[in-house]
Design a protein around this ligand. Structure first.
Ligand code: PLP
Length: 363
């Protein structure tokens, strides 16, 4: 057996909390076993705390972050509905694709990749949209979008937010801000493997969910009967029991540390990483005020001593066991994405990466 000692500093997955690894050794239980249902209920409670919500419909959806995106749109949007989407990176683009496939009338509000969205432009893009959607932490660019400000101007529209890279790493406050639907992923700042999508729906959004959405698997009305169990739980699909154990454990670690402390830890590591990169001569992509601590983007320097940018990433991985991410979309080959998420967000990993990068580049 090969034990990997990689330091995962890409755009996700992050390293796993040791408690999460132990959770996978828990003996399997049936997905309707009362003992499992207790763990599931507690997981949903923990998710409410992490999302900053009292929404009764808050659960881990079976599937990765993209499942959350699909579920959010498929339950709220149909042919002819107007959906305003803020687009300043790959995942905003993906939202447009998902909404278009459902026949929605998509109104895009673009900002250049690497820049934040203009909240005024997003809320002013249409008189009465059904949904306004945006990505909180754009993993493709390292930029934070101002969800709170968009929420303030949402009017009667439902606000749909991608919190895949933000949840657990930076402040997310669904109820106070007025977020109606939000989804995340387990593999980023929650320090759990990919496989579940934490998901929450406000009562306001719940009252407007489509009756028979075109997806059976992601029909929230059906799923709610299993997770909420009022009048007895109804089987919907077999819950991925071990993944729920893992998420339960990861959220336990996070809440024991305290959300504020976890945000501060991500903030401190991100700041040290970004300062260190600038000292090494790197130019950061995102403007300071909108820079994510958990995902830093830097422009690839022109002079790599005859190496390609892929050679540098391969050297970091091969010689030091550190993974960093390549640029995507318009930044492919031009930027690197360095993650500092979940259990990876430790000062020792920041120092390790800065030292290794300095050595590889001879700086
Ligand atoms: N949204 C954002 C912001 C992401 O970063 C990702 C994945 O990196 C996704 C959605 C899709 O999540 P997944 O790859 O878990 O399906």
């Amino acid at each position: 057996m090969v034990l990997s000692d990689r330091v995962l500093m890409g755009p996700g997955p992050s390293n796993l909390y040791p408690e999460v690894i132990s959770a996978f050794t828990r003996p399997l239980l049936g997905h309707l076993d009362p003992e499992f249902l207790e763990v599931l209920d507690e997981t949903c409670d923990r998710l409410r705390t992490v999302f900053g919500t009292e929404n009764s419909l808050t659960l881990p959806l079976s599937g990765t972050g993209s499942a959350g995106m699909e579920a959010a749109f498929v339950n709220t949007v149909g042919p002819g509905d107007v959906v305003v989407v803020g687009v300043n990176g790959l995942f905003g683009e993906r939202m447009c694709d998902v909404a278009q496939r459902l026949g929605a009338d998509v109104v895009r509000v673009d900002a250049p990749w690497g820049e934040p969205l203009d909240p005024g432009a997003v809320v002013g893009a249409h008189r009465a949209p059904t949904v306004i959607a945006l990505v909180h932490a754009e993993t493709s660019t390292g930029v934070r979008n101002d969800v709170e400000e968009v929420a303030r101007g949402k009017g009667d529209a439902l606000l749909l937010v991608d919190a895949v890279t933000s949840l657990g790493g930076i402040v997310f406050d669904a109820d106070r801000w007025g977020v109606d639907l939000a989804y995340s992923g387990t593999q980023k700042c929650l320090g759990v493997p990919p496989g579940l999508s934490p998901f929450t729906v406000s009562d306001r959004a719940r009252a407007r969910l489509k009756d028979r959405p075109p997806s059976w698997y992601f029909d929230l009305g059906l799923i709610a009967r299993y997770v909420e169990g009022e009048g007895g739980r109804t089987y919907h699909h077999t819950a991925p029991v071990s993944m729920v154990f893992a998420l339960h454990a990861g959220l336990g670690v996070l809440l024991e540390e305290g959300l504020e402390n976890a945000w501060a830890r991500h903030g401190a590591c991100g700041h040290a990483l970004q300062t260190g990169l600038e000292k090494l001569g790197f130019e950061l992509v995102a403007p300071a005020q909108y820079r994510l601590p958990q995902l830093t983007t830097v422009w690839v320097p022109d002079d790599l001593g005859g190496n390609s940018e892929a050679d540098v990433r391969a050297a970091l991985l091969g010689r030091y066991g550190i993974e960093i991410g390549a640029g995507v979309g318009v930044m492919a080959g031009r930027a690197w994405r360095i993650g500092c998420m979940g259990h990876t967000a430790r000062m020792r990993n920041v120092e390790l990466l800065l030292g290794a990068l300095g050595e590889v580049l001879g700086r």
